[in-house]
Write a protein that binds this ligand. Structure first.
Ligand SMILES: Nc1ncnc2c1ncn2[C@@H]1O[C@H](COP(=O)(O)OP(=O)(O)OP(=O)(O)O)[C@@H](O)[C@H]1O
Ligand SMILES: [Mg+2]
Length: 320
Protein backbone atom coordinates (compact mmCIF):
# COMPACT_ATOMS: atom_id res chain seq x y z
CA UNK A 1 0.00 0.00 0.00
CA UNK A 2 1.32 3.45 -0.89
CA UNK A 3 2.25 5.62 2.04
CA UNK A 4 0.15 8.74 2.23
CA UNK A 5 0.39 11.77 4.45
CA UNK A 6 -2.77 11.82 6.55
CA UNK A 7 -4.75 14.97 5.89
CA UNK A 8 -4.66 15.92 9.57
CA UNK A 9 -0.89 16.04 9.35
CA UNK A 10 -1.13 19.11 7.11
CA UNK A 11 -1.14 21.95 9.63
CA UNK A 12 -1.14 24.74 7.12
CA UNK A 13 -2.75 24.81 3.73
CA UNK A 14 -3.24 27.64 1.24
CA UNK A 15 -4.70 27.70 -2.23
CA UNK A 16 -5.01 30.73 -4.49
CA UNK A 17 -4.29 32.98 -1.52
CA UNK A 18 -4.43 36.71 -2.30
CA UNK A 19 -3.75 39.87 -0.31
CA UNK A 20 -4.66 43.23 -1.77
CA UNK A 21 -4.12 46.59 -0.14
CA UNK A 22 -5.83 49.82 -0.98
CA UNK A 23 -3.37 52.62 -0.26
CA UNK A 24 -6.00 55.34 -0.25
CA UNK A 25 -9.76 55.09 -0.55
CA UNK A 26 -9.67 56.08 -4.21
CA UNK A 27 -6.56 54.27 -5.43
CA UNK A 28 -6.57 50.97 -7.29
CA UNK A 29 -5.89 48.03 -4.96
CA UNK A 30 -2.30 46.84 -4.90
CA UNK A 31 -1.76 43.07 -4.98
CA UNK A 32 0.93 42.11 -2.47
CA UNK A 33 0.21 38.34 -2.49
CA UNK A 34 -0.93 37.09 -5.85
CA UNK A 35 -2.60 33.68 -5.61
CA UNK A 36 -0.13 31.45 -3.78
CA UNK A 37 -0.56 27.83 -2.69
CA UNK A 38 1.43 25.69 -0.25
CA UNK A 39 1.01 22.94 2.33
CA UNK A 40 3.04 22.41 5.50
CA UNK A 41 3.11 19.17 7.45
CA UNK A 42 3.48 18.74 11.19
CA UNK A 43 7.09 18.99 12.36
CA UNK A 44 8.41 20.64 9.22
CA UNK A 45 10.49 23.80 9.07
CA UNK A 46 9.03 25.65 6.12
CA UNK A 47 10.38 28.88 4.71
CA UNK A 48 9.41 31.81 2.53
CA UNK A 49 12.54 33.15 0.85
CA UNK A 50 12.31 36.38 -1.10
CA UNK A 51 13.57 39.95 -1.42
CA UNK A 52 12.06 43.11 0.09
CA UNK A 53 8.44 43.55 -0.86
CA UNK A 54 7.94 39.96 -2.08
CA UNK A 55 4.86 39.57 0.11
CA UNK A 56 6.35 37.45 2.90
CA UNK A 57 5.05 39.48 5.85
CA UNK A 58 1.65 39.88 4.21
CA UNK A 59 1.44 36.08 3.98
CA UNK A 60 2.57 35.65 7.59
CA UNK A 61 -0.03 38.14 8.85
CA UNK A 62 -2.80 36.22 7.10
CA UNK A 63 -1.57 32.96 8.67
CA UNK A 64 -1.38 34.69 12.07
CA UNK A 65 -5.02 35.77 11.67
CA UNK A 66 -4.24 39.47 12.05
CA UNK A 67 -4.94 40.40 8.43
CA UNK A 68 -7.82 38.92 6.40
CA UNK A 69 -7.18 37.24 3.05
CA UNK A 70 -8.62 39.11 0.05
CA UNK A 71 -9.30 35.87 -1.85
CA UNK A 72 -8.42 32.18 -1.88
CA UNK A 73 -8.51 29.60 0.87
CA UNK A 74 -6.35 29.31 3.95
CA UNK A 75 -6.52 26.65 6.66
CA UNK A 76 -4.43 26.84 9.81
CA UNK A 77 -4.61 23.74 12.02
CA UNK A 78 -7.63 22.79 9.96
CA UNK A 79 -9.48 26.02 10.72
CA UNK A 80 -10.43 29.05 8.67
CA UNK A 81 -8.86 32.29 10.01
CA UNK A 82 -11.94 34.23 8.93
CA UNK A 83 -14.18 32.12 11.17
CA UNK A 84 -11.92 30.82 13.94
CA UNK A 85 -9.19 33.46 14.39
CA UNK A 86 -9.24 33.39 18.18
CA UNK A 87 -9.01 29.60 18.32
CA UNK A 88 -6.09 29.56 15.86
CA UNK A 89 -4.27 32.38 17.68
CA UNK A 90 -4.45 30.41 20.93
CA UNK A 91 -2.58 27.51 19.32
CA UNK A 92 0.15 29.35 17.40
CA UNK A 93 3.15 31.48 18.38
CA UNK A 94 4.03 34.66 16.50
CA UNK A 95 7.36 36.44 16.17
CA UNK A 96 6.59 39.51 14.04
CA UNK A 97 9.15 41.24 11.83
CA UNK A 98 9.18 44.31 14.07
CA UNK A 99 9.57 43.78 17.79
CA UNK A 100 6.43 44.43 19.75
CA UNK A 101 8.01 44.10 23.19
CA UNK A 102 6.91 46.51 25.88
CA UNK A 103 10.02 48.62 26.49
CA UNK A 104 8.80 49.86 29.87
CA UNK A 105 8.40 46.40 31.34
CA UNK A 106 11.12 44.03 32.46
CA UNK A 107 12.11 40.95 30.52
CA UNK A 108 10.08 38.67 32.79
CA UNK A 109 7.06 40.97 32.86
CA UNK A 110 6.89 40.90 29.07
CA UNK A 111 6.36 37.15 29.19
CA UNK A 112 3.93 37.31 32.14
CA UNK A 113 1.74 39.94 30.50
CA UNK A 114 1.65 37.98 27.27
CA UNK A 115 0.71 34.79 29.11
CA UNK A 116 -2.10 36.57 30.93
CA UNK A 117 -3.35 37.77 27.58
CA UNK A 118 -3.91 34.12 26.64
CA UNK A 119 -5.89 33.72 29.84
CA UNK A 120 -3.36 31.35 31.40
CA UNK A 121 -3.45 31.10 35.22
CA UNK A 122 -0.96 33.39 36.98
CA UNK A 123 0.92 30.59 38.72
CA UNK A 124 1.25 28.54 35.53
CA UNK A 125 2.60 31.57 33.64
CA UNK A 126 5.20 32.21 36.38
CA UNK A 127 6.56 28.70 36.04
CA UNK A 128 6.44 28.85 32.27
CA UNK A 129 8.23 32.21 32.23
CA UNK A 130 11.11 30.82 34.29
CA UNK A 131 11.44 27.89 31.90
CA UNK A 132 11.34 30.13 28.81
CA UNK A 133 13.86 32.61 30.22
CA UNK A 134 16.21 29.70 30.79
CA UNK A 135 15.68 28.49 27.21
CA UNK A 136 16.37 31.99 25.87
CA UNK A 137 19.42 32.41 28.16
CA UNK A 138 17.86 35.48 29.71
CA UNK A 139 17.46 34.29 33.31
CA UNK A 140 20.11 36.71 34.53
CA UNK A 141 18.35 39.55 32.72
CA UNK A 142 14.88 38.67 34.01
CA UNK A 143 14.50 41.88 35.99
CA UNK A 144 16.17 44.28 33.53
CA UNK A 145 14.05 46.63 31.48
CA UNK A 146 13.72 45.52 27.87
CA UNK A 147 15.21 48.76 26.60
CA UNK A 148 18.63 47.70 27.93
CA UNK A 149 18.76 44.51 25.85
CA UNK A 150 20.88 43.95 22.74
CA UNK A 151 19.17 43.16 19.43
CA UNK A 152 19.90 39.45 19.77
CA UNK A 153 18.51 39.35 23.32
CA UNK A 154 15.35 41.15 22.24
CA UNK A 155 14.83 38.61 19.50
CA UNK A 156 15.36 35.73 21.91
CA UNK A 157 12.86 37.31 24.29
CA UNK A 158 10.29 37.72 21.52
CA UNK A 159 10.71 34.02 20.70
CA UNK A 160 10.45 33.05 24.38
CA UNK A 161 7.28 35.14 24.69
CA UNK A 162 5.76 33.52 21.60
CA UNK A 163 6.13 30.10 23.24
CA UNK A 164 4.17 30.93 26.39
CA UNK A 165 1.00 29.17 25.14
CA UNK A 166 2.88 26.00 24.00
CA UNK A 167 2.08 26.62 20.33
CA UNK A 168 1.93 23.86 17.76
CA UNK A 169 3.09 26.23 15.02
CA UNK A 170 5.65 29.01 15.43
CA UNK A 171 5.63 31.83 12.87
CA UNK A 172 8.92 33.69 12.58
CA UNK A 173 9.03 36.73 10.32
CA UNK A 174 12.69 37.54 9.56
CA UNK A 175 13.97 36.10 12.84
CA UNK A 176 17.56 37.30 12.47
CA UNK A 177 17.46 40.42 10.30
CA UNK A 178 19.76 43.11 11.63
CA UNK A 179 21.69 40.82 13.97
CA UNK A 180 25.44 40.24 13.91
CA UNK A 181 26.71 36.77 12.86
CA UNK A 182 27.25 35.56 16.41
CA UNK A 183 23.74 36.54 17.51
CA UNK A 184 22.29 34.92 14.39
CA UNK A 185 24.04 31.63 15.12
CA UNK A 186 22.84 31.71 18.73
CA UNK A 187 19.29 32.16 17.44
CA UNK A 188 19.57 29.41 14.87
CA UNK A 189 20.65 27.10 17.69
CA UNK A 190 17.44 27.94 19.59
CA UNK A 191 15.33 27.32 16.50
CA UNK A 192 16.99 23.95 15.88
CA UNK A 193 16.10 22.95 19.42
CA UNK A 194 12.48 23.97 18.94
CA UNK A 195 12.34 21.99 15.74
CA UNK A 196 13.73 18.91 17.47
CA UNK A 197 11.05 19.28 20.13
CA UNK A 198 8.47 18.77 17.38
CA UNK A 199 7.15 22.29 16.85
CA UNK A 200 6.32 23.26 13.27
CA UNK A 201 8.35 26.29 12.16
CA UNK A 202 7.17 28.70 9.49
CA UNK A 203 9.73 31.37 8.76
CA UNK A 204 10.47 34.11 6.30
CA UNK A 205 13.91 35.32 5.40
CA UNK A 206 15.82 37.10 2.69
CA UNK A 207 19.03 35.40 3.76
CA UNK A 208 19.78 32.41 1.61
CA UNK A 209 22.11 30.90 4.21
CA UNK A 210 19.35 31.08 6.82
CA UNK A 211 16.91 29.36 4.47
CA UNK A 212 19.48 26.68 3.70
CA UNK A 213 20.33 26.11 7.37
CA UNK A 214 16.86 26.06 8.84
CA UNK A 215 14.32 24.98 6.25
CA UNK A 216 13.35 21.43 5.31
CA UNK A 217 11.37 22.90 2.43
CA UNK A 218 10.84 26.39 1.17
CA UNK A 219 9.16 28.50 -1.43
CA UNK A 220 10.96 31.20 -3.36
CA UNK A 221 8.72 34.28 -3.51
CA UNK A 222 8.96 37.28 -5.80
CA UNK A 223 6.40 40.03 -6.50
CA UNK A 224 3.69 38.22 -4.56
CA UNK A 225 4.11 34.94 -6.43
CA UNK A 226 5.76 31.62 -5.67
CA UNK A 227 8.39 30.95 -8.32
CA UNK A 228 9.64 27.60 -6.95
CA UNK A 229 9.01 25.11 -4.10
CA UNK A 230 11.34 22.35 -2.93
CA UNK A 231 14.00 21.36 -0.41
CA UNK A 232 17.08 23.63 -0.44
CA UNK A 233 19.12 20.88 -2.15
CA UNK A 234 16.30 20.18 -4.60
CA UNK A 235 16.07 23.82 -5.61
CA UNK A 236 19.81 24.07 -6.16
CA UNK A 237 19.86 20.79 -8.09
CA UNK A 238 17.01 21.85 -10.34
CA UNK A 239 17.85 25.51 -10.92
CA UNK A 240 21.64 25.71 -10.77
CA UNK A 241 24.80 23.81 -11.58
CA UNK A 242 26.61 22.34 -8.55
CA UNK A 243 29.45 24.89 -8.72
CA UNK A 244 29.97 28.52 -9.59
CA UNK A 245 33.16 30.20 -10.75
CA UNK A 246 33.18 33.87 -9.77
CA UNK A 247 35.51 36.10 -11.75
CA UNK A 248 36.27 39.75 -11.22
CA UNK A 249 37.63 41.87 -14.06
CA UNK A 250 38.39 45.57 -14.37
CA UNK A 251 35.22 47.63 -13.85
CA UNK A 252 33.16 47.67 -17.04
CA UNK A 253 34.85 44.59 -18.53
CA UNK A 254 32.48 41.96 -17.13
CA UNK A 255 30.06 41.96 -20.10
CA UNK A 256 32.77 41.67 -22.73
CA UNK A 257 34.39 38.83 -20.82
CA UNK A 258 31.03 37.12 -20.38
CA UNK A 259 30.69 36.87 -24.15
CA UNK A 260 34.23 35.62 -24.60
CA UNK A 261 33.85 32.92 -21.95
CA UNK A 262 30.20 31.95 -22.43
CA UNK A 263 31.01 28.66 -24.17
CA UNK A 264 32.93 27.45 -21.08
CA UNK A 265 29.86 27.50 -18.85
CA UNK A 266 26.32 26.14 -18.77
CA UNK A 267 25.16 29.67 -18.04
CA UNK A 268 26.74 33.03 -17.28
CA UNK A 269 25.46 35.87 -15.13
CA UNK A 270 26.85 39.40 -15.26
CA UNK A 271 26.70 41.32 -11.98
CA UNK A 272 28.04 44.86 -11.52
CA UNK A 273 31.15 43.60 -9.74
CA UNK A 274 31.40 39.99 -10.80
CA UNK A 275 30.97 37.54 -13.62
CA UNK A 276 29.44 34.21 -12.61
CA UNK A 277 30.12 31.07 -14.64
CA UNK A 278 27.75 28.19 -13.82
CA UNK A 279 29.49 24.87 -14.23
CA UNK A 280 29.71 21.36 -12.83
CA UNK A 281 33.42 21.70 -12.12
CA UNK A 282 34.68 25.17 -11.24
CA UNK A 283 38.39 24.33 -11.07
CA UNK A 284 38.46 22.83 -14.54
CA UNK A 285 36.54 25.82 -15.88
CA UNK A 286 39.03 28.17 -14.23
CA UNK A 287 41.92 26.32 -15.88
CA UNK A 288 40.23 26.84 -19.25
CA UNK A 289 39.60 30.52 -18.52
CA UNK A 290 43.27 31.03 -17.67
CA UNK A 291 44.35 29.11 -20.80
CA UNK A 292 42.58 31.82 -22.82
CA UNK A 293 44.66 34.50 -21.15
CA UNK A 294 41.47 36.04 -19.75
CA UNK A 295 43.44 37.19 -16.71
CA UNK A 296 40.79 37.96 -14.07
CA UNK A 297 41.73 40.22 -11.15
CA UNK A 298 40.35 37.61 -8.75
CA UNK A 299 38.73 34.21 -9.06
CA UNK A 300 36.76 32.04 -6.67
CA UNK A 301 35.21 28.59 -7.02
CA UNK A 302 32.26 27.95 -4.74
CA UNK A 303 29.29 25.67 -4.23
CA UNK A 304 25.99 26.93 -5.67
CA UNK A 305 23.57 28.44 -3.14
CA UNK A 306 19.94 29.53 -3.01
CA UNK A 307 21.14 32.98 -4.08
CA UNK A 308 22.03 31.40 -7.43
CA UNK A 309 18.61 29.79 -7.58
CA UNK A 310 16.98 33.16 -7.04
CA UNK A 311 19.21 34.79 -9.64
CA UNK A 312 18.37 32.09 -12.20
CA UNK A 313 14.64 32.32 -11.54
CA UNK A 314 14.27 36.09 -11.39
CA UNK A 315 17.41 37.62 -12.93
CA UNK A 316 17.97 39.59 -9.73
CA UNK A 317 19.95 39.20 -6.51
CA UNK A 318 18.18 38.61 -3.19
CA UNK A 319 19.81 41.37 -1.20
CA UNK A 320 20.57 44.56 -3.04
N1 LIG B 1 -0.61 47.70 5.09
C1 LIG B 1 -0.20 47.88 3.84
N2 LIG B 1 -0.79 48.79 3.01
C2 LIG B 1 -0.37 48.96 1.75
N3 LIG B 1 0.65 48.27 1.18
C3 LIG B 1 1.27 47.35 1.95
C4 LIG B 1 0.90 47.12 3.30
N4 LIG B 1 1.71 46.15 3.81
C5 LIG B 1 2.55 45.80 2.81
N5 LIG B 1 2.29 46.53 1.69
C6 LIG B 1 3.00 46.41 0.41
O1 LIG B 1 2.88 45.07 -0.04
C7 LIG B 1 4.10 44.61 -0.61
C8 LIG B 1 4.58 43.38 0.13
O2 LIG B 1 4.93 43.77 1.44
P1 LIG B 1 5.41 42.71 2.54
O3 LIG B 1 5.68 43.48 3.78
O4 LIG B 1 4.43 41.61 2.61
O5 LIG B 1 6.75 42.19 1.87
P2 LIG B 1 7.97 41.41 2.54
O6 LIG B 1 8.31 40.30 1.60
O7 LIG B 1 7.65 41.06 3.93
O8 LIG B 1 9.14 42.48 2.49
P3 LIG B 1 10.36 42.75 3.53
O9 LIG B 1 11.44 41.80 3.17
O10 LIG B 1 10.73 44.16 3.25
O11 LIG B 1 9.83 42.56 4.91
C9 LIG B 1 5.07 45.78 -0.54
O12 LIG B 1 5.06 46.44 -1.78
C10 LIG B 1 4.48 46.66 0.55
O13 LIG B 1 4.79 48.00 0.32
MG1 LIG C 1 8.52 41.45 5.70
Amino acid sequence: MALQTPADDVLLHADGLVKRYRRTRRSEPFTAVDGIGFAVRRGEAFGFLGPNGAGKSSTMRMIACVSPASAGTLRVLGHDPAADGALIRSRIGVVPQDDTLDAELTVRENILVYGRYFGLPRRAVRGKAAELLEFAQLTERADSPVENLSGGMRRRLTIARSLVNDPEILLLDEPTTGLDPQARHALWDKLFRLKRSGITLILTTHYMDEAEQLCDRLVVMDHGRIVATDTPAGLIGRHSTPEVLELRFHPGAQSVMAEKLADLAVRTEVLPERLLLYTADGRTTLTRVLARNADPLTSLVRRATLEDVFLTLTGRTLVD
